[in-house]
Structures are given as C-alpha cells and as structure tokens.
Design a protein. Structure first.
Length: 176
C-alpha cells in the first residue's frame, strides 16, 4: 500500500529500503514492516520474503512486533496499538466497520458499503488505503464473486492476493 505521500523511500526497481522500518517481522507469507514515530504506529506493510527481520528500534516497535507474532500464532489475537490518526473521516468510518468483522467471517464490499452508507467502490478504495493491515483486517472484505483485490492489487497470482488468501485461511475462511 504505497501512496505518493508515503515517506518510505524506494530504490531502483521499486524496492523499499528496510532501514525506514522501525522493525521487520518474518511471517509465513514474507514479512511485516512496522514504522513507528512519536509514540504511534504509522504504518504496517506487507513485505515479500526478500526482506530480512530487523530488530525493533523502540519499545512501541517491539510491542507491535510481538503482536504481529501473536497473531501469526493465534488468529483470534486482537491488536492493541496506538495508531496514528491517518486517513479521512470516511476511511475511518469504513475501517471501524472492518474492524468489527469477526475472525473467520468475510463481508463483501457491498455489505460494508450498506453498513457505512456508501458505495462498494468507495469501500474498496478505503480498504486499499488502510495504513494498518492486520490491526484493521481489510483482508476480511471480499468481492461478491470471489476474493477481490487487496492493498490496491488484484493480480490473481500476485504477492498481495497470496497474502490475503493466507490470512483468510489462517483465520479459518475457506472457499475464496
């Protein structure tokens, strides 16, 4: 989930620089990059397996890394992190609805749209703009006819869709 206002730097080939993360945690599908600043989590990023673990640079990054590891061990784990106030009021409304989806359940973009009084495409855009995947489980939102996109990616065999499939299977969702 990279946007033009994202402060993470890229080098040739679009590779993210690991030093911009406060911690990098290895997970079964690759890694999670954690960026903290001023006592708040500013971003959680799905990273490919080419990223190596990085020890936490501060206490909050350590706490976030431990929570990511606990989620990998136990899909019922609920994150409790101070998240930076990023995003629009509408995105926050969508993210609150997503955060309320229980583990093991999936709603469609259309169902979430009805909950927040909006349109499915707008919900999809808010899902893709989520700075805090896992903590705000946007992987629990799917298209009416299948898995849908993930993190502004919809390539059926791409890294992000494989991450979404892993997360849903980890949480007991089958058939998507």
């Amino acid at each position: 989930m990279m946007s033009s206002d994202n402060p993470l730097k890229r080098v040739a080939g679009g590779q993210l620089l690991a030093q911009h993360f406060s911690a990098v945690v290895a997970v079964p599908f690759g890694a999670i990059g954690i960026r903290t600043e001023a006592g708040l989590v500013h971003e959680l990023v799905y990273l490919p397996p080419s990223f190596h673990e990085k020890d936490a640079s501060d206490a909050l990054a350590e706490r976030a890394a431990q929570q990511v590891s606990r989620y990998v061990e136990q899909p019922d784990f609920r994150f409790d992190l101070p998240l930076a106030p990023l995003g629009t009021a509408f995105q926050h409304k969508v993210w609150r609805a997503i955060a309320a989806i229980p583990r093991g359940q999936v709603l469609t973009y259309g169902q979430v749209a009805k909950l927040v009084g909006s349109a499915p495409r707008a919900v999809g855009q808010a899902c893709g703009a989520n700075w805090f995947p896992l903590a705000i489980p946007c992987h629990r939102v799917a298209a009416a006819g299948g898995i849908g996109g993930f993190s502004h990616h919809d390539d059926e065999d791409g890294f992000h869709i494989r991450v979404k499939r892993w997360l849903l299977q980890h949480e007991g969702v089958v058939g998507l």
